[in-house]
Design a protein around this ligand. Structure first.
Ligand SMILES: Cc1ncc(COP(=O)(O)O)c(C=O)c1O
Length: 382
C-alpha cells in the first residue's frame, strides 16, 4: 500500500470485540492476569499499552523500521536515544539544530561524560575530519536543520558512519516519513518530536523513535521501560488521529511554503530566504533526491534586526508562538525562543542571528498569509 493509504488507515479497526474503527483508548495502568503464570500479553502500561502500541507499530511501518517507541515528548525520545551511550563516548552532532537538543547534550549528558562535537553535517569532509577512531559512537543529524534549513546528504553520511562502525541517528521532525525516510537511506535510528507535523494540530506533546534493526530495538525498548518516559494512552490516540491526515496537511503546507518563500525573495527588506525548495538553495538537488518534497519550514533574514520585533508584533493571522508543524502558521524568533539556550557566540558562529525569523507554514489560504506578512512588513517602510 502507498503511504497515503497507510496514513489514512493508521490504527483502523484494531478492536476485535466491537469492530470500533477508531483505536480504543486503553486508559489503564495494569492488566488482570487470568491465572498465575498466564498473561494476556500486557502486564503494566509503562511496559506496554495497547493504544500506544498501535501508534508505535504505525510509526515503525511509516518509517519502514523494525520497531517504534512513543515517548512523552521529543526531548524524552532524544534522551532515551542518548542513554544508549556511556561515559567516554563521543558524538558528532549537526551544528545548526534545535536548541533543546543542544541544551540536553550540554547541560545533562556532558555531566555523565559524553563528549560532543558540533559540525556542519552538510559538509562530509568536515564530518570525516571530526571522527575519533574508537571513540565516536554516533552521528546525530537534523536535516533540514532548525532554523537554517541546511541539508545533509543522508545516504553519504550513513555510508561514512558505517565505514567507521558508527550509528547514524536522524531527527526527521521537519520532514516526517511522508517526505523522507532516513532508514531507507542507511540510517540506524530515526526520531521525531511528534508534537510537530505527526500530531499536526498543536495539541499534543510527544516523541517517537524508530529503530532499523532488532538489536537496537531491544536497547531502546529496555531504556523506554526502565526509565519510563512513555506516552500516555490519550496522547497516543491523539497522535493516531493526527497522523491520518499527514499527507493532506503536508501537501498543502509545503505548497503554501513554496509560494511564501518565493514571495519573500522579492521583498526589498528581505536579505535572504532559507528554504530548500528554492532552486538557489545550496543543497536543493540533494533534498530533491532524498526526499519527496521540501517541507513547510522556512526562515528569512531582514535588512535591519530592529524590524524583526515590528514584523512579529504586527502579524494578525500568523501567530507568534514557539513550535512548528501544526495546521496554523506560526512565526518564531529563534534567538529569543527555540535557540535562546545556545550561547550567543555559538549562535553568531552558525548564523542564528538577530535578523533571522522562522516560519512554520500552515494550511490557511496562502493569499491571506501573504497579505498578513505584507501588512506586517508595511510595504517595506518599517
Ligand atoms: C527538530 C526538533 N527536534 C526535537 C524537538 C523537541 O521536541 P518536543 O518539544 O516535543 O520535546 C523539537 C522541538 O521544537 C524540534 O524542533
Amino acid at each position: 500500500m502507498k503511504i497515503e493509504t497507510r496514513l489514512a488507515q493508521a490504527g483502523l479497526c484494531t478492536d476485535q470485540a466491537t469492530g470500533a474503527i477508531s483505536t480504543p483508548i486503553y486508559q489503564t495502568t495494569t492488566f488482570r492476569h487470568p491465572a498465575v503464570g498466564v498473561s494476556t500479553g500486557y502486564d503494566y502500561s509503562r511496559t506496554g499499552n495497547p493504544t500506544r502500541q498501535v501508534l508505535e507499530a504505525t510509526v515503525a511501518d511509516l518509517e519502514q523500521g523494525d520497531r517504534g517507541f512513543a515517548f512523552a515528548s521529543g526531548m524524552a525520545a532524544i534522551t532515551a536515544v542518548l542513554m544508549m551511550f556511556s561515559s567516554g563516548d563521543h558524538l558528532l552532532v549537526s551544528d545548526d539544530l534545535y536548541g533543546g537538543t543542544y541544551r540536553v547534550l550540554e547541560r545533562n549528558f556532558r555531566q555523565f561524560g559524553l563528549s560532543v562535537d558540533y559540525v556542519d553535517t552538510s559538509d562530509l569532509t568536515a564530518v570525516a575530519g571530526k571522527i575519533r577512531l574508537g571513540e565516536t559512537k554516533a552521528i546525530l543529524v537534523e536535516t533540514p536543520t532548525n532554523p537554517l534549513m541546511k541539508i545533509t546528504d543522508l545516504a553519504a553520511i550513513a555510508a561514512l558512519a558505517k565505514q567507521h562502525g558508527i550509528l547514524t541517528i536522524v531527527d526527521n521532525t521537519f520532514m516526517t516519513p511522508y517526505l523522507q525516510r532516513p532508514l531507507e537511506l542507511g540510517a540506524d535510528i530515526v526520531l521525531h518530536s511528534g508534537s510537530k507535523y505527526l500530531g499536526g494540530h498543536n495539541d499534543v506533546i510527544s516523541g517517537l523513535v524508530v529503530t532499523a534493526a532488532k538489536e537496537l530495538s531491544e536497547r531502546i525498548g529496555f531504556i523506554a521501560n526502565s526509565t519510563g518516559a512513555i506516552l500516555g494512552p490519550q496522547d497516543s490516540w491523539l497522535m493516531l488521529r493526527g497522523i491520518k491526515t499527514l499527507a493532506l496537511r503536508l501537501e498543502k503546507q509545503q505548497q503554501n511554503a513554496q509560494f511564501i518563500a518565493e514571495w519573500l525573495t522579492r521583498q526589498r527588506i528581505v536579505t535572504k530566504v532559507h528554504y530548500p525548495g528554492l532552486p538557489d538553495h545550496p543543497n536543493h538537488a540533494v533534498q530533491a533526491r532524498q526526499s519527496s518534497g521540501f517541507g513547510a519550514m522556512l526562515s528569512f533574514r531582514v535588512a535591519d534586526p530592529d524590524w524583526v520585533a515590528k514584523i512579529i508584533n504586527r502579524v494578525k493571522i500568523i501567530t507568534y508562538a514557539e513550535s512548528l508543524g501544526g495546521v496554523e502558521t506560526l512565526i518564531t524568533y529563534p534567538i529569543k525562543q527555540t535557540h535562546g539556550d545556545i550561547p550567543a557566540e555559538v549562535r553568531e558562529q552558525i548564523g542564528v542571528t538577530a535578523d533571522l525569523i522562522r516560519l512554520s507554514v500552515g494550511i490557511e489560504d496562502v493569499n491571506d498569509l501573504i497579505a498578513d506578512l505584507e501588512q506586517a512588513m508595511a510595504g517595506g517602510e518599517l
